[in-house]
Design a protein around this ligand. Structure first.
Ligand code: GDP
Ligand code: MG
Length: 330
């Protein structure tokens, strides 16, 4: 399909269809998608990007539905990006919350997108980051990113958020262990959802215990005086949502006034550059292993135990650098 010269302008004007088209392009790893991101990138950095993570079924999507409504009541435009390969919400259905989402789909101030495909060459994580940038460029005041996982997250897109919210529910013992073991970074805000459960207060106490062991700062480095709030919520009934909105604002003010926001964003963008470069190098490397007869021969030598794997790796990398240099214009 021919590139659409008006796409970036329409996207910057906040047009939802242009945004949807742009995200599809990056999701397909289409060159026009990368070109679009590069064109609008200088206009990004204005949205407050909030990452939500936590085990499946704790109520993240429900919470995002309720939060979106609360943000709209405050006249803020919202972008929601759900990256959940296990349970994507299809158009019109945010899982158990069909009615509320339909309401949001009709609102020009709300843009919701679910990404679950891992087919694209760039990988789900990269596409998700580009999608978040496009939402930012399209003028969304807040961008919420939902990802599954604790510890070995499917997608490390929350590394690219300004604020990280961990959502748990009573009985998520594994998550507490992950926090305790340091497998999972300490988030900025913790929500204990389904607070209608009798074990809620036990859960809150356990989390307090874990937090008191670690440093009282969230992710992102820099010394800070931020104390991680634990919010009891019932997303399905809108309970605790206003408190979450309040804490999100507080956290944002805190990192902005402390200078941590700049530190975080620098780190996040650096991670993104490295992630993209790594993915591309890997692709190039795998292609050369498949296609380059000399590399094939080196692998044969490894199998015959005449060449050790590390030496072979060094030689393959050196070849790659040579070939890259040959391709580079003088
Ligand atoms: N009892 C109770 N159920 C809830 C609450 N919030 C969400 N749920 C339900 O929990 C289930 C999983 O919610 P969902 O938002 O899909 O979780 P996610 O996988 O973390 O996105 C759904 O059936 C929700 O209706 C709550 O506050 N209390
Ligand atoms: Mg979900």
């Amino acid at each position: 399909m021919a590139p659409d010269p008006t796409l970036s302008q329409r996207l910057l004007d906040g047009d939802k269809r242009a945004l949807a088209r742009g995200i599809s392009l990056v999701e397909d790893d289409h060159p026009d998608g990368w070109a679009l991101v590069s064109e609008v990138f200088p206009q990004t950095g204005k949205a407050a990007v909030v990452g939500f993570t936590g085990p499946p079924g704790v109520g993240k999507s429900t919470l995002l539905g309720a939060l979106t409504r609360a943000e709209r009541a405050r006249d803020r435009t919202v972008g929601v990006l759900s990256i959940d390969p296990s349970s994507p919400f299809t158009h019109g259905a945010l899982l158990g919350d069909r009615i509320r989402l339909t309401e949001h789909f009709l609102d020009p101030g709300v843009f919701i997108r679910s990404m679950a495909n891992r087919g694209a060459l760039g990988g789900l994580s990269e596409a998700a980051l580009q999608a978040a940038l496009l939402m930012d460029a399209a003028g969304r005041d807040v961008v919420f990113v939902e990802t599954v996982g604790v510890g070995q997250a499917e997608v490390d897109v929350i590394d690219h958020a300004d604020t990280i919210v961990l959502v748990l529910m009573p009985g998520s013992g594994d998550s507490i262990q992950a926090l305790k073991a340091g497998v999972m970074e300490i988030p900025d805000i913790i929500v204990v959802n389904k607070a209608d459960h009798p074990l809620t207060d036990t859960m809150v106490r356990e989390i307090r215990g874990v937090l008191s062991l670690g440093p009282a700062v969230g992710v992102g480095g820099g010394k800070g005086s931020w104390r991680v709030p634990i919010i009891k919520a019932q997303a399905a009934f809108g309970i605790g949502v206003d408190e979450l909105v309040e804490q999100l604002e507080k956290h944002r003010d805190h990192i902005a006034s402390e200078g941590t926001l700049i530190v975080r964003r620098r780190r996040n963008l650096m991670n993104e550059v490295v992630a993209i470069a790594t993915a591309r190098m890997r692709r190039t490397l795998e292609a050369s292993i498949r296609e380059d007869p000399d590399v094939q021969q080196m692998l044969d030598e490894v199998c015959e135990r005449r060449l050790d794997p590390a030496t072979a790796a060094t030689r393959i990398l050196a070849r790659g650098a040579e070939r890259a240099a040959e391709r580079r214009p003088a």
